[in-house]
Design a protein around this ligand. Sequence first.
Ligand code: SAH
Ligand code: SF4
Length: 427
Amino acid sequence: MNFHDSERMAGILETEGYSLTERPEDADLIILNTCSIREKAEHKFYSDLGRLRVVKKKNPEVKIGVSGCIAQQEGERIFKKAPHVSLILGPQNLTSLSELIEVDRRSSLEDRPDYAKAEIPTRRLDNIKAWVSIMYGCNNFCSYCVVPYTRGRERSRPLTDIFREVEGLSQAGYKEVTLLGQNVNSYGRNLEDGTDFTELLYRLHDLKGIERIRFVTSHPKDFSERLIKAMKELPKLCEHMHLPLQAGSDRILNLMNRGYTYRDYKEMADKLRSEIPDVAITTDIITGFPEETEEDFEKTIVALREIRFDGIFVFKYSKRPNTSALLLPGHLQDEIKAERFSRVLDIQDYITLEKNRGIIGKNIEILVEGKSKTDNDKMTGRTRTNKIVNFIGNIESKGKIIMVKISGTRHNSLDGEPLDFAQGKPL
Ligand code: SAH
Ligand code: SF4
């Protein structure tokens, strides 16, 4: 979501005559688009901001801005801490960017209910896959999470605006869109016309040229049978569900204010797997939430073993400002959080490897995204289930959907051999 907000700020600035540069020394304007989901991201921001002091010293004309969730959270305190900053911009205020670059030391941090209706120019950094925001903010107030405080209330964009944006992408040759929201299953809840998420999916599915549709993130509490039905009926909708579990213990899920039990979750995962063959389910796990006992934690391990996710993101619980979990007794020491974190990683690494080994020898469809980032001689693509496949091929395959035979598995990716041929050349 943050990455896409950066694309939008770049789009706005392009209309103001700016262009992108890789080198801070060459820039007239530098904006740090920040994340405050965990404390670590915040530390990184302050060290990056410190480094920019040197750039500002060398070139006093350069304007430095801070956007994103830390900007919203800290507000004008950032001016005090860092006098070299000249503008501060909250995540709902991207449309104020053009005004802010004209003045010095101003901020834009208001709650903007109308932001969901704004049409924002976007400078996309990829020409095959595109991120598309369908809603902003969050109303769930999970007790550990800062997002409802930094991104404000949940607001959905009108369906017609999203449709027009994706239509534009299809005309521009994009092949894949990923619909973004903190809780896409509740898309439309604030819209007067009664539109819901599945309706949006059916509408977007009609657009020619777009071959794959993905979405993140679904909240288990709002998961619907209609979504499973849509996945069955819409061939472009990829068989991948990122469904954050967070913890295996009902006591902890309750303290987290997640609104489901492990049994609810397990039933959803079972249903998905029985109705959508080969669906990939991925998740987020937090270790060391306040009051998590060894017994609670073991329930997370049982969940990993029972559900056998295709992939997970795991995080050590991090204290965030304003959140209600701060008030819980029984915050754990970092060593405990870290030890549980590595146990989760070890178990999941083993499961991922086992699952990936199971695909070796199979023929799978991938959308080729371009050159591999780790090996310049290889091309890279993703399966419908969002697994990365690297293969030896040529650049003309970029943007094409091809079949590969999976030949090996590595830590975070698969190796493949292309099966399709174009004009006599292997793709
Ligand atoms: N809206 C999404 C999640 C967005 S944040 C959802 O509810 O599924 C992405 C992930 O960051 C969360 O799923 C959670 O696992 C993690 N996270 C959020 N706040 C955190 C915190 N304070 N400490 C550790 N992990 C956190
Ligand atoms: Fe945070 Fe929960 Fe909202 Fe996700 S659903 S953004 S974890 S409050």
